[in-house]
Ligand binder design. Structure first.
Ligand SMILES: *[C@@H]1O[C@H](CO)[C@@H](O)[C@H](O)[C@H]1NC(C)=O
Ligand SMILES: *[C@@H]1O[C@H](CO)[C@@H](O)[C@H](O)[C@H]1NC(C)=O
Ligand SMILES: *[C@@H]1O[C@H](CO)[C@@H](O)[C@H](O)[C@H]1NC(C)=O
Length: 419
C-alpha cells in the first residue's frame, strides 16, 4: 500500500465520524424554538371566558330549588411548587370540595419562572369547566365581614388530615376560606395518603382533563414522531416513555440521601399496586442506595429498558422525556438502544429499538412553551410502558394519571418501572 493509501483510510474514517456526530447532534435542537413568547392574549381571553362561565353558573344555581343555598370553598395554594405539584394540589383541593358538597373557587396557576399567574383553564379543565367559579368572584361571594364567611386553618397529623379537612368543611357558613396550605409532598409520600388513593383514583377518572392547548401539542407530537396515540389505535408505533432527570437533579438526590428520604408522592402507592422498582430494592437508610435510584447511571436506565423489552419485545420505539439532558447522554442512550448486538445479548427477541425520540423534538411554536410540560406528562401517561424516577414529582404525577385513567381498563396502566 502506498503511504497515500495508508493515510487515506483513517482520514476518511475521521471524516465519517465527524460528519455523523454532527448530524446526530444537530438532530437534537434542545434549545431551538426556545424564545419564550407567552400567549398573553389567549390568557386574557381565557380569564374573560372564566368570568362569563362563572356568572352563568351562578345564575343557573338560582333556578334550582335545591341549590338556593350554595356553599363555596377557597383553598390556599402553595406558591413555590413546580407544575406537577401545583396541578396535584389543585386536583386534591377540587376533590375535597366535591366530597364536602361545596363549589370550588378556582385560582390561577403560579408560573414560577416568570413570576406570573396564568389562567388554570389554559392547563387543566376539570376544576374549571363545570360547577366551579373563578377567584375573581371571591369578593362577591365571600364579602369581608359577613357572618356567612369564615376563615379557617386546617392542622392535623398526616393520618387524620383528610378526615379533619372534610369535617372542617362541614361548617354551616356559605363560604369557607382555608388560610393555610394543607397538602404537601410529605403527606402525599406518607402511608396516610394510601387511604385517600382509591377515591382520588375515581376522581381522576371522572374529572381530570387537559386543556385543548396541551392536547394539541400531544396530537401533533404523536403524529410527527409516529407515536401511537392510544392503546387501541392502529396508527403509529406503541412506545416506551422514559423519563430521566440529569444535571441539577444530583443536588436534589444528595439532599434526599442525607435526609434518608424514600420515593416521593404516588411513587409510593400501596403495595397492592404492582409497580416494579428495578432491583435492588431501595433502602433509604443507605446513601448509595438512594443515589442509585434517584440519579441512576445510564447502565441502570438500560437495565430498566431491558426488563420491559424482554416482557414486550414488540416495543421498538422509545420517547425520552427530559428537561435538558445533555446531547452526549442522549447520544449514548440512542447508540445503546439501537445497537443490534447489544439487543441480542440482552435477549430482545425482535432486535434493537428502531426509533428514539425525545421531548425537545415535540413540534411547537414559541408561544406554546408554557404547555410543553403538560404535553410531556400526557405523552408519558399514554405510553404503553412508562419508565420513571421514584424521586421525581413529575414521574409521580404521571403514575397517578396512568392509574386514574383509561389505561386501567386496558390493563397497561401498571406497566411502569421505577429506576
Ligand atoms: C427556555 O429557556 C429558558 C432560559 O434559557 C429556560 O429557563 C427554559 O426552561 C427553557 N424552556 C424550554 C422548554 O426548553
Ligand atoms: C418536589 O416537590 C416538593 C414540594 O413542592 C419540593 O420540595 C421538591 O424539591 C420537589 N422535588 C423535585 C425533585 O423537584
Ligand atoms: C448500600 O447500597 C449499595 C447500592 O445498592 C449496595 O451496594 C451496598 O451493599 C449497600 N450497603 C449496605 C450496608 O447495605
Amino acid at each position: 500500500m502506498s503511504s497515500y493509501n495508508r493515510l487515506r483510510a483513517p482520514a476518511l474514517f475521521l471524516v465519517v465520524v465527524v460528519v455523523s456526530l454532527y448530524l446526530l447532534y444537530s438532530n437534537y435542537p434542545s434549545n431551538k424554538n426556545n424564545t419564550s413568547n407567552p400567549p398573553y392574549s389567549l390568557y386574557a381571553d381565557l380569564n374573560n371566558k372564566g368570568d362569563v362561565n362563572g356568572r352563568q353558573f351562578l345564575e343557573s344555581l338560582q333556578l334550582i330549588e335545591t341549590q338556593k343555598n350554595p356553599k363555596f370553598v377557597l383553598f390556599r395554594q402553595h406558591e413555590d411548587a413546580d407544575f406537577g405539584n401545583q396541578a396535584q394540589e389543585i386536583l386534591l383541593h377540587h376533590h375535597l370540595a366535591l366530597q364536602s358538597s361545596r363549589f370550588y373557587i378556582y385560582q390561577p396557576l403560579y408560573w414560577k419562572s416568570r413570576n406570573e399567574h396564568l389562567p388554570l383553564s389554559a392547563f387543566l379543565l376539570g376544576a374549571t369547566e363545570e360547577r366551579a367559579v373563578p377567584a375573581s368572584f371571591v369578593e362577591e361571594l365571600c364579602p369581608k365581614g359577613s357572618d356567612d364567611v369564615v376563615h379557617i386553618q386546617i392542622r392535623s397529623s398526616q393520618e387524620d388530615l383528610w378526615k379533619t379537612a372534610l369535617s372542617a368543611l362541614k361548617r354551616k357558613e356559605r363560604c369557607i376560606i382555608v388560610d393555610n396550605p394543607i397538602i404537601d409532598t410529605a403527606y402525599l409520600s406518607s402511608p396516610a395518603a394510601h387511604s385517600i388513593w382509591p377515591l382520588f383514583q375515581k376522581y381522576l377518572a371522572r374529572w381530570f382533563r387537559w386543556s385543548p392547548q396541551i392536547l394539541n401539542i400531544v396530537g401533533r407530537t404523536q403524529a410527527q414522531l409516529n407515536l401511537r396515540p392510544h392503546f387501541f389505535s392502529l396508527k403509529g408505533e406503541p412506545y416506551i416513555a422514559l423519563h430521566i432527570h440529569r444535571k441539577e437533579f444530583v443536588d436534589h438526590c444528595r439532599t434526599a440521601a442525607q435526609q434518608k428520604l424514600g420515593f416521593t408522592n404516588w411513587a409510593n402507592l400501596p403495595s397492592s399496586i404492582p409497580i416494579t422498582t428495578l432491583p435492588p430494592q431501595l433502602n433509604p437508610e443507605n446513601d448509595s442506595s438512594v443515589m442509585q435510584h434517584c440519579y441512576p447511571s445510564l447502565f441502570r436506565v438500560m437495565d430498566a429498558v431491558d426488563m420491559q423489552v424482554r416482557r414486550k419485545p414488540y416495543l421498538r420505539t422509545i420517547h425520552i422525556i427530559h428537561d435538558g439532558v445533555t446531547s452526549t447522554d442522549l447520544w449514548k442512550l440512542e447508540t445503546a438502544l439501537k445497537n443490534s448486538e447489544r439487543a441480542q445479548r440482552a435477549g430482545w427477541t425482535y432486535g434493537p429499538i428502531k426509533s428514539v425520540t425525545h421531548s425537545a423534538m415535540a413540534p411547537h411554536e414559541s408561544e406554546e412553551i408554557d404547555f410543553l410540560v403538560g404535553a410531556d406528562a400526557e405523552l408519558a401517561r399514554r405510553a404503553e410502558v412508562f419508565i420513571g424516577n421514584g424521586y421525581s414529582n413529575f414521574s409521580s404525577f404521571v403514575i397517578a394519571l396512568r392509574m386514574g385513567g383509561d389505561l386501567v381498563a386496558a390493563g397497561i396502566a401498571e406497566d411502569i418501572t421505577l429506576l
